[in-house]
Design a protein around this ligand. Structure first.
Ligand code: RIB
Length: 317
């Protein structure tokens, strides 16, 4: 039984300002704090998976590896160290000379909501040809986790290689962008939030609730992915796929910072499925991990350990 998760994608240094309210165009605001925090949608997923892994699958603990590119600068080194400290194999994170490490400018408001501007830097040097270097790892992996902060042709090459090597694929279609059927048909589980789902379907952005979820999830599934997990934030999530249809309500918590909650959700879902949890239990586990993460500041700084998620769930049985 395969017991590894490979995350391929972005590593960013997050420049995080906290503000009372998010700025509007033309406005200058005085913030209250500034921090440099390891982030990037790919690295956040790897970090969270590393912290959550550890249960036995046929006698083996789930192992997590990251593949991506950083610049030849101190940020790249710090991001790689942050992942290694979470137990992630970072051998496939390579340094590229002459380009800066990816960066993200993040404002976090008092309600925990944020705005993010990403500067890809070295993340855009992660090229389709690099998928070939990862075939050996894909052959050993239960899951390949992807997001959209890497070039789209790299994402597609990785999806194709994963399918050929027998690894299941989970795509977080964030940041939102339109995707073709060829790419989508290589995805086993796609995990859009409401904005991303609307964009995939060519519909105007709308706030969705659980009542809208079945129609929306089925429509996204008709575009090619084998299964859809619609992430609806504080409303919870909805699964439509070969395992039927399942709703999992979110846990009520006081949000401090929503940054990387979606990344933590995907990581937890992949860990749970690799461990052999059934879909309803895996969705509940992922909701719990995301709920704990929003109670804390930052991206990788907010990812919970396995013990924290188990303790959170134990009092909500
Ligand atoms: O999903 C959150 C992440 O988005 C941040 O860590 C930032 O780096 C951007 O990639």
């Amino acid at each position: 039984m395969r017991a590894s998760i490979l995350v391929a994608g972005s590593l960013n240094m997050d420049f995080v300002a906290t503000v009372a309210t998010l700025p509007t165009p033309g406005q200058t605001l005085t913030g209250s704090t500034f921090d440099l925090i390891p982030g990037g949608k790919g690295a956040n997923q790897a970090c969270a998976a590393g912290k959550l892994a550890g249960s036995a699958v046929g006698g083996d603990a789930v192992r997590v590896a990251m593949a991506g590119r950083v610049g030849d600068d101190p940020f790249g080194e710090r991001l790689t160290r942050s992942l290694a400290a979470a137990g992630v194999d970072v051998e496939a994170v390579e340094r590229v000379g002459g380009v800066s490490t990816g960066a993200a400018m993040i404002n976090v408001g008092a309600d925990g909501q944020n705005t993010i501007v990403v500067i890809p830097g070295a993340n855009h040097r992660f090229l389709p040809a690099h998928a070939e270097d990862l075939r050996g790892r894909l052959r050993d992996s239960a899951w390949l986790l992807l997001q959209l902060e890497s070039p789209l042709d790299t994402v597609q090459a990785l999806l194709r290689a994963a399918r050929q090597e027998g690894a299941r694929t989970m795509l977080d279609p964030a940041p939102a962008q339109p995707l073709g059927r060829e790419l989508l048909s290589l995805v086993d589980v796609i995990t859009p939030n409401e904005t991303e789902a609307c964009l995939l379907l060519g519909r105007a952005a709308a706030r969705l609730g659980l009542a809208d979820a079945p129609e929306m999830a089925r429509a996204v599934r008709a575009l090619g992915p084998r299964a859809v997990v619609l992430k609806l934030g504080d409303a919870g999530c909805f699964y439509s796929g070969p395992e039927g249809e399942h709703t999992a309500a979110a846990f009520a918590v006081t949000a401090v910072d929503a940054t990387a909650a979606g990344d933590t959700f995907n990581a937890a879902l992949a860990v749970a499925l690799t461990e052999g949890m059934a879909v309803p239990a895996a969705l509940r586990f992922a909701n719990a991990a995301a709920a704990v993460s929003v109670t804390r500041k930052g991206a990788q700084t907010s990812a919970p350990s396995r013990a924290e998620v188990d303790a959170f769930l134990a009092v909500r049985a």
